[in-house]
Every structure is written in C-alpha cells, then in structure tokens.
Design a protein around this ligand. Structure first.
Ligand code: ACO
Length: 318
C-alpha cells in the first residue's frame, strides 16, 4: 500500500507588501532584496487572520481538487511555526473550522522543513492503513514574529498556506521520505522567546545568522537530493520537478547547480511570496500542479531545510 496526493490547494492573504513598500519602512532597496534573495513581494495576513484561517482556505481548495468531502478526512497533520495559540493545536482548530471531528489532528514543528516532516508523518499513517484520507498542511503568519525594524530579517518572509490530500493507493505515490535534524545549530536561526508567568522572556522575534544559514541550506539540500535518488535507484536526470523550500533564489539555484538539475526543472515561486516557511513547499507544489507543469508519472522531489536545523525530502511519483 502507498499513499498518493490526489489534491492540492494554497492560499495567500490579500495584502501584498512589495520591496518598494519596505524601502519606506527600513534602510533597504528593491535592488538589494532582488539581488540577494530574488524576492519581489510577499503577502501579509490581515489583522486577526490566523494560521488556521489561511490553512482553511488552502485546505478547502485541496479537498475540492481531491473530489472528496471534508467528512472523509480522517487525519490532519499541520506544520506551523506560528500557531494560533499555545494550545490547542492549530490542526484541531482547523479541524473544527472544516466542520469535521473524530480523526487525529496534530501539529508538527520543524520550521521551514515542517511540511516535509508533516507529509512524511502522514504517509506513515496512510500507507500503513491506519488512515484513509489525510489532510497535510503548511501554514504560517511569519509577519507576526518579524521585527519590522530589522532589515536583515523582515525583507525575507511572508504569510501563506498550502495543503494536500493524501489517500491510500496501490500505486505510488510517495516513494520515499528522509528526515534529519542537527540541534547543535538551534541558536543560528530562532525566535528564542518563551512565555513564563504571563510574560515573554527573551526575544519573540526571528534572529538569524544569514551566512551560516545560507551555507548550511545549500549543503543539506544537495545531500537530500542525492539521498533520495540513491535510495530509489534514480539519477538526477530522472527527476522531472525539483521543488525545494522557497527561501532564497540563490540557495535554490546553487542547489540545482550542485546536483545537476537545470533550473527549467525547478519550481521557484519565492519571488511572489518570499519565504513562507512551512507553507513554501506546498504553495510551490500547488502552483506547478495547477498550471499543468506536473503531469502523471512525473518524478517530483520535494525538499526542505529550516531552523533546528531540520531538513529532509519526499520523493513522489505523480
Ligand atoms: N537591505 C540592505 N542591506 C542589507 C539588508 C537589507 N535588507 N540586510 C542586510 N544588509 C546589509 C548588511 O548590513 C551588510 O552591510 P555591511 O556590509 O555594511 O555590514 C550587507 O548588506 C551584507 O550583509 P550580508 O549578511 O553579508 O549579506 P548576504 O549576502 O549574506 O545576504 C542574506 C544576506 C540574504 C540574509 C543571505 O545571507 C541569505 O540569504 N541567507 C539565508 C537566510 C535565509 O534564507 N533565511 C531564511 C530562513 S532559513 C531557511 O528558510 C532555510
């Protein structure tokens, strides 16, 4: 038994913040942001719009595309770094907003690798027969944890959500997943604050050593490609679509170059929405699935890297 994606969906909030808008907020320029990151604009959630609201929009589209009823979903695995609240989980809140109940629903926290972790987890439930239809979601409102006076981080991120429906299938489907972490890097990229006695202790905003993150991301994204193709007895040239975490076009191009996959076979959407962390891979997947780039039988390699550090891949036969 395998699990197979039968529907995808995504959602970006209405409000767009361009690089030119940022020029009026911090000492930066459209030129600098485009040259260093490839980002042109990002979407920002409206006041009161939570991670579960973005997830709901993306999930409804994925469920529609799958041609099933929400009631048929018997597992929700939701990846987010920006949950609605400390508890209950955003997955439970989403389940309620979808008007369903009964099946397990839980959050996964692996920062920008979150969707890869969530998809690999849901695959275990579905391919083992424990669940029939899983909803797997990446959703983020990073605008809430950015210091909008810090030009080194606030230009990089945006809000959004992506979702897929995963169902049992006797054909692949998900061929493999590989997950990794190295917690010794936990200080390099973090929002280190915590709540104690009703007060925030430490900074609740993102802090990052940009250069270290850059080098680490390129290294492990390259390793993740080779790990996946080796495990499946494939060559890099067999991959029809590489969908890496959408952090920065320079990281994406360096990875593609190192593994020998031409940019024509790489889905890159970071220019339109910035780094949406756990939402970035399902957002890019949905865009490429809906515009017809991804076709039946294509090999699609998804990969993520993020705070922790965490990283990993999922290889699919579409
Ligand atoms: N606008 C203008 N200048 C800026 C900005 C900005 N927004 N941010 C930093 N600078 C300045 C710096 O102050 C520095 O100035 P100085 O030379 O006078 O000191 C100069 O630009 C160069 O700074 P660097 O940090 O060396 O620039 P770099 O080329 O490394 O680019 C960047 C920075 C874009 C953050 C890069 O390191 C990067 O992409 N890192 C990966 C980070 C990332 O993608 N994080 C996302 C989360 S992690 C993940 O998703 C995997």
């Amino acid at each position: 038994m395998y699990s197979k994606i039968i529907g995808t969906g995504s959602y970006l909030p209405e409000k767009i913040l361009t690089n030119h808008d940022l020029e009026r907020m911090v000492d930066t320029s459209d030129e600098w942001i485009r040259a260093r990151t490839g980002i042109i604009q990002r979407h920002i959630a409206a006041e009161g719009q939570m991670a579960s609201d973005l997830a709901l929009e993306a999930s409804r589209k994925a469920i529609d595309a799958a041609g099933i009823q929400a009631q048929e979903i018997d597992l929700i695995v939701l990846a987010t770094t920006t949950p609605d609240m400390i508890f209950p989980s955003t997955a439970c809140i989403l389940q309620h907003k979808l008007g369903i109940s009964g099946g397990p629903a839980f959050d996964v926290q692996a920062v920008c690798s979150g969707f890869i972790y969530a998809l690999a987890t849901a695959d275990m439930f579905v391919s083992s027969g424990k669940c029939r239809n899983a909803l797997v979601v990446g959703t983020e409102v990073y605008s809430r944890i950015l210091d909008w006076t810090d030009r080194s981080t606030c230009v990089l991120f945006g809000d959004g959500a992506g979702a897929v429906v995963l169902t049992q299938s006797n054909q692949p489907g998900i061929l493999s997943s590989h997950l990794h972490a190295n917690g010794s890097y936990n200080n390099v990229l973090a929002a280190p604050g915590n709540i104690c006695g009703g007060k925030i202790q430490g900074s609740p905003f993102i802090t990052m050593e940009g250069n270290t993150v850059f080098k680490f991301a390129v290294k492990v994204l390259e390793e993740a490609v080779f790990e996946a193709i080796t495990a499946n007895h494939l060559q890099a040239s067999d991959i029809d679509w590489l969908i890496p975490h959408q952090a920065n076009i320079r990281i994406i191009k360096s990875t593609a170059n190192k593994v020998g996959i031409p940019m024509e076979k790489v889905v890159a959407t970071v220019d339109q929405h910035g780094n949406t962390s756990a939402a970035s891979v399902p957002l890019a997947l949905d865009i490429a699935a809906r515009d017809g780039r991804i076709k039946t039988d294509h090999y699609v390699l998804l990969e993520g890297v993020g705070g922790g550090f965490t990283w990993g891949s999922v290889l699919l036969r579409w």
